[in-house]
Write a protein that binds this ligand. Sequence first.
Ligand SMILES: C[S@@+](CC[C@H](N)C(=O)[O-])C[C@H]1O[C@@H](n2cnc3c(N)ncnc32)[C@H](O)[C@@H]1O
Length: 353
Amino acid sequence: MTTARYAALLLPSANRVYAEASHELLAAELEILADAVRPGLLRDLGTDRLGGVQYVTFVADDLGDRDVRRLANASSLYALFRLEDGALHPVLAPRLDRLDDDLVTIQKYAGKTNEQFTRLLLNVTVAASASAGEMLDRPLRVLDPVCGRGSTLNQALLYGWHASGIDVDTQDMEAYATFVRTYLQRKRLKHTVAFGPVRRDRKVVAKRLEATIGMTREEFKAGDVRELDVVAADTRRVGEFFRPGSFDVVVGDLPYGVQHGSRVAKGELQRGPLELLTSAVPAWKAMLRPGGAMGLAWNTHVAPRAEAVEVLAGHGLEVVDADPYLRLRHRVDQSIDRDVLVARRPAKGASAR
Ligand SMILES: C[S@@+](CC[C@H](N)C(=O)[O-])C[C@H]1O[C@@H](n2cnc3c(N)ncnc32)[C@H](O)[C@@H]1O
């Protein structure tokens, strides 16, 4: 057995996003990514100053290539080193990323979920799902039920996964459609794209963007494409547009009750995330495969964690309410204290708690 100590260096921008919580968040995310496949793999997680720079450190036995490739995707990880005789030895840690990462950074707009947090939310949700062991091996299917201008969708595509989304804000999805078209053309990625109204009984019931994208020319030619499918409609209608039981994960950053209110329709009263959750969770749950996981972020100032847990558990989801998932809460600014809630749709044969 080879036991070694490791040091993880944070992306410099992580401090801007998470302020003082950045090291704790990276430690929690690394533990979650490791535990998903090899429980207890990382021990003695902590922080250390080496040459005046702060690192997240941990000990692991027989850290293998696949373990490193999973950990490499941690949202604020910059570089990983093995510590030996007081020296830092770089560990080759390739990320899953199949496209240029400007896919997640180019778009700038008010209300955007920052790209590092989006990646964290996706990672910890996948880690709780029955698909965790396959994240390196096959394109997963991701649905963001409050997708805005596509931060989660872009992150899923960056990983080379399939991305679906729904948002009530038609302007947001139109802006996203324009971005996607331009991006695919500018990067010369082989694709097909269709954007237009969805009609039923001669009435327009929604707007939809459907694209197929080849990660490479060869893959596109061979029909090995990723699907991007985005609908502008109320999230509770998600079942009208997407196939039930077809997603590995449902991941969303709920309205914060600050810039964004969750609304039933344009012009109606702004509502809190709890009301949205209560009315939308049954439809979201139905989208998940058995063993699939739902990961939601929200502002605890407008909805206490215990109440959000109650809503998810009340709908037969298994809430992952244990350490290290409980260490993901962090302050964003004066008006937002953000937390993450992850819950699983029970696998077939398992009874709901
Ligand atoms: C925090 S924002 C998500 C931002 C997104 N992650 C991004 O970076 O573009 C929450 C989103 O929830 C959407 N939303 C609120 N109520 C909704 C509803 N009933 N159905 C669908 N979307 C809703 C809002 O339009 C908003 O885009």
